[in-house]
Design a protein around this ligand. Sequence first.
Ligand code: 4NP
Length: 152
Amino acid sequence: MRLLVVCLGNICRSPMAEGALRARLREAGLDEVVEVDSVGTGEWHVGQPPDRRAIACAARNNVDIAGLRGRQLSRRDFEAFDYILCADRSTLRETAALAPDGARERCMLLSAYAGQGEVEIPDPYTGGTPEFDYAWELADGMARAIVGRLSR
Ligand code: 4NP
């Protein structure tokens, strides 16, 4: 099983969600079974590490995301991944627009895949520590819910 998390820049929300998912999968002994990656719809931060505020936020939660590097969503991702999980509705719209026929139903909000309905993770980029903490709280809650469901 392969999961791809998508946001706009791939330096804040999706690397935090990737880190949270990897950590919760490892705790559940599922890290060999489920592969996780993240991308951005935008190209600005390709090759860059996550935003230092995202790295710090994850580190406060004992998760290391400093080694991740930005990558842009490409059409190949729709073949390589089983589910394409988006941080918010605008990312989902852009992702679905790029998806080939037959792949669109595998694109959804991360919250929906987590069984939490339609919850957006707000972009913390122009905010500060509270906005990053809130994005982490949402992303980690979704990661825990996903791993809980996959464990059953
Ligand atoms: P992200 O946040 O989508 O959570 O990674 C953003 C990071 C960078 C930009 C926008 C959103 N940007 O415009 O550079």
